[in-house]
Design a protein around this ligand. Structure first.
Ligand SMILES: C[S@@+](CC[C@H](N)C(=O)[O-])C[C@H]1O[C@@H](n2cnc3c(N)ncnc32)[C@H](O)[C@@H]1O
Length: 161
């Protein structure tokens, strides 16, 4: 499983707890990766760490699951989104899953001062194209640690061809 833009998320800890075998965390921020590695201590050697801009990588190997919470919505250039989706398609086998969380209509229009794009099931499907079919899509009201509500779209898509 690959966590794109994993940053300092605890998902990697939970995946190791659940004994996932090939876990990778990719982030553009070396600082975030180093902080997460330090938090995991010895367990960090069980993880593949990739410091990269996801729109610039040509290949990543193969993963059954590609997880992206709050990265895709930062990619505002349509050409960069195309590169992202091409890499996603190359990295998942048929039957592999793309799990994505982005801000949605009614949610924040910016994050950390940066413009974002909002998605719902239809607009995310349009980005992914016919190679992916939806498994489950829904909105989720997230509350930040400071108590701010943020409306997210979460989707699980299966690579069908
Ligand atoms: C809002 S944070 C989300 C972190 C984590 N996924 C979570 O849910 O807590 C966005 C993360 O994506 C990373 N990021 C932003 N643009 C990226 C890109 N083009 N390629 C790789 N990582 C990126 C940032 O460094 C940051 O760690």
């Amino acid at each position: 499983m690959l966590d794109v833009g994993g940053g300092q998320s605890f998902l990697v800890d939970r995946l190791l707890d659940a004994r996932f075998e090939h876990v990778a965390v990719l982030d553009i921020s070396q600082t975030a990766i180093e902080a997460t590695k330090a938090r995991l201590g010895e367990r960090s050697s069980q993880v593949e760490w990739i410091v990269a801009d996801i729109t610039q990588r040509k290949s990543l190997g193969e993963f059954d699951v590609w997880h992206d919470r709050a990265v895709f919505h930062f990619i505002t250039d349509p050409d960069d989104r195309k590169l992202y989706v091409e890499l996603l398609k190359r990295s998942l086998p048929v039957g592999g899953h793309f799990v994505v969380g982005t801000f949605t209509k009614g949610g924040p229009e910016k994050c950390s001062g940066l413009t974002i794009c909002q998605y719902d099931a239809a607009t995310m499907q349009a980005e992914l194209g016919p190679s992916f079919e939806p498994v489950k899509c829904s909105d989720y009201l997230h509350t930040t640690p400071t108590g701010k509500p943020q409306l997210f779209f979460f989707g699980i898509f299966r690579k069908a061809k």
